[in-house]
Design a protein around this ligand. Structure first.
Ligand code: HEC
Length: 109
């Protein structure tokens, strides 16, 4: 590998994840905080109406896997009666969904 190439690979490895993290925080603010709240507690108007769970609670976080969380973010969630309680995230790539899952895990207190 040429030195320039090595540098590019290093950049991709170290800079890209932090870019995704920044993306996830921005998406969270735009698309998720309305219900879940900025801090994930769900102490919002819609959150209270939908009996949203507190994502800062480690016990709640243990109840869903990363795969489940990714699925919910991509496809949304319905209640037992089939009503949509969480809309699917809009215009997000698979990488952004993954970054959002990682972001959700950081909300745990
Ligand atoms: C319209 C309100 C609403 C929006 C917007 C919303 N959610 Fe949710 N979310 C809910 C509700 C309601 C639940 C399920 C009830 C609960 O919290 O127990 C939920 C559950 C979750 C869960 C738990 C996963 C599971 O399968 O149980 C995760 C993770 C999550 N949301 C992430 C997100 C992310 C990330 C976004 C933004 C892309 C988002 N939510 C946007 C309402 C919303």
């Amino acid at each position: 590998m040429t030195p320039t190439r090595t540098l590019l690979v290093l950049l991709a490895a170290f800079v890209a994840p932090s870019l995704f993290a920044a993306d996830a925080a921005a998406i969270w603010k735009k698309q998720c905080a309305e219900c879940h709240g900025k801090d994930g507690r769900g102490d919002t108007k819609i959150g209270r109406k939908r009996y949203i769970s507190d994502l800062t609670n480690p016990e709640l976080q243990a109840k869903f896997s990363d795969e489940q969380a990714a699925h919910s973010i991509k496809f949304g969630l319905k209640d037992a009666k089939g009503n949509v309680i969480m809309e699917p995230a809009r215009r997000v790539s698979d990488q952004e969904v993954e970054a959002l899952v990682a972001y959700v895990r950081t909300l745990k207190k």
